[in-house]
Design a protein around this ligand. Structure first.
Ligand code: C2O
Ligand code: CU
Ligand code: CU
Length: 493
């Protein structure tokens, strides 16, 4: 039976070309999803200053561990001029406060839930034991609620323990509640968690206020300023018509004529972006990528533009010294249309600073050897006839693993798609071996935890399972697809 299912999936792969005619119908702006237009008046671009989320202070620290507390709460945020947006927040802000950790030092975060619904917290990119990884039914019920008796449900608060035994990288935390991740994240449950280490500290990269985490999202707003969200008619993902960076619509930021590290995170539910600076500096290659989801690349890679799918991170350095003082440099989205073509603007002023540079050798990224893989598994991401989104023809069901990798072994996983699916694997990062039988793409370098799989495509990745036994997730990070069952367990032992 299992074998027949697999063969049928194999047939789908062989017939992938036959799926292609369906793709254009569902593709808006080079991606899945349908636009949900705002009914609120929208502000002009490049007026709101770029917010930088505050760094959270630990409530206490000891020799090995930093302890934090975050209360998840409703807040009325001033996002659009003259209106308030009711948001679900980490500690009252969106993005939530940024956590900053040292690799190898344990971080414990106590999340209190003062929201109306149960929540789950996942540290995306964290190498985290199963009981703190935000399994979608390991809920935190709201404080004071007595409705939940299930074993995995905590009431009021939960302590998440993160060993952070991993490289320096741009991680993020977000909600992961079963079937509700899309609306919960859309309402504001996302924030940065940065990890630093000695390898990265030794490099002369931009620091301090020249190191900017940039969370890019799209949202739509109702007349009263509230977030507009619905899945009916948006099976393929919800696209907003306002682009926000760190929670501000089309913001503007003043920069010196100096190097800046921009940590791009696409925290949108479904929207993909093609990021490009406009104007390009003379000679192009403005976005010098130094890192990916899993931290530093081996060597920098200069791009004119970068494609970023939901949940991906691109760590780039931009030398604004390549522009004359007074230049207004727009960060544009080449996959957008109308106002979603704009993201934010950097206004270059006269101050010249030259302290940072981009070293030609960055991090140690040992290549995983395909010859060492003990198995190859295929995961087919496609829409079922009933409209739900499936992996290997199965809708998500907690506790039913689609794979049981052994810790300490290396495997090759193939992701095969019908439409665009940004595929994310928990626990360990991976390397992209190739796309459609060719080599990896220009945005696949380094350690990844999410890979943008294009329509009717096959992507091969290689990963090593390390550290922790238990059940972990593999899923599409289009949050509407995820909520509509495009998720699977794998269980390590
Ligand atoms: Cu960012 Cu399982 O998710
Ligand atoms: Cu994750
Ligand atoms: Cu998907």
């Amino acid at each position: 039976m299992k074998r027949r299912t697999f063969l049928r999936a194999g047939g789908a792969i062989a017939a992938a070309g036959a799926l292609a005619p369906f793709a254009p119908r569902l593709l808006a702006e080079g991606q899945p999803g349908t636009l949900l237009p705002s009914t609120a008046p929208l502000p002009p671009a490049f007026r709101a200053p770029l917010p930088v989320p505050p760094v959270l202070t630990p409530s206490r620290t000891d020799a090995t561990t930093d302890y934090y507390e975050i209360t998840q709460q409703v807040a009325r945020l001033p996002i659009l001029p003259g209106l308030r947006t009711e948001a679900w927040t980490y500690a009252g802000s969106w993005p939530g406060p940024t956590l900053v950790s040292r690799a190898g030092r344990r971080t414990v975060v106590r999340h209190r839930n003062q929201l109306p619904d149960p929540v789950v917290v996942h540290l995306h990119g964290g190498h985290t034991p199963a009981d703190s990884d935000g399994y979608p039914i390991d809920l935190i019920a709201p404080m004071g609620s007595a409705r939940y008796r299930a074993r995995d449900v905590a009431t009021g608060y939960r302590d998440y323990g993160y060993p952070l035994d991993q490289r320096a990288a741009t991680l993020w935390y977000h909600d992961h509640a079963m079937g509700r991740t899309g609306p919960n994240v859309y309402r504001g449950l996302s924030g940065f968690h940065l990890v630093h280490d000695d390898e990265e500290d030794a490099l002369p990269l931009p620091r301090g206020d020249h190191d900017l985490p940039l969370m890019i999202t799209d949202r739509s707003f109702a007349e009263d300023g509230g977030f507009r969200y619905r899945t009916a008619g948006h099976m393929n993902g919800v696209l907003g018509d306002v682009v926000l960076v760190n929670g501000a619509p089309w913001p503007v930021h003043r920069v010196d004529r100096a190097h800046y590290r921009l940590r791009f995170l696409n925290a949108s539910n479904a929207r993909r972006y093609r990021l490009e600076l406009d104007p390009q500096p003379p000679g192009g290659g403005a976005l010098v990528q130094i890192g990916s989801d899993g931290g530093l690349l081996a060597r920098p890679a200069a791009h004119d533009a970068v494609d970023i799918a939901p949940a991906e991170r691109f760590d780039v350095v931009v030398d604004f010294g390549r522009y004359p003082a007074g230049t207004k440099v727009r960060l544009r989205n080449r996959l957008g249309s109308g106002r979603t073509q704009e993201i934010m603007r950097f206004d270059v002023d006269g101050t010249k600073r030259v302290e940072a540079r981009i070293p030609s050798v960055l991090g140690d990224v040992p290549k995983l050897d395909p010859g060492s893989a003990v198995t190859t598994r295929t995961f087919v991401f496609r829409q079922a006839l009933n409209g739900t989104w499936t992996i290997n023809n199965r809708e998500y069901q907690p506790g039913r693993p689609l794979a049981r990798p052994r810790l300490g072994t290396t495997e090759i996983w193939r992701f095969v798609t019908d439409f665009h699916h940004p595929v994310h694997v928990h626990l360990d990062p991976f390397q992209v071996l190739g796309r459609d039988g060719r080599g990896a793409g220009p945005y696949d370098a380094g350690w990844k935890d999410t890979v943008d799989v294009h329509p009717s495509a096959a992507v091969e990745i290689i990963t090593r399972f390390t550290g922790y036994p238990g059940r972990f997730m593999l899923h599409c990070h289009n949050l509407e697809h995820e909520d509509m069952a495009m998720m699977a367990d794998f269980e390590t032992a």
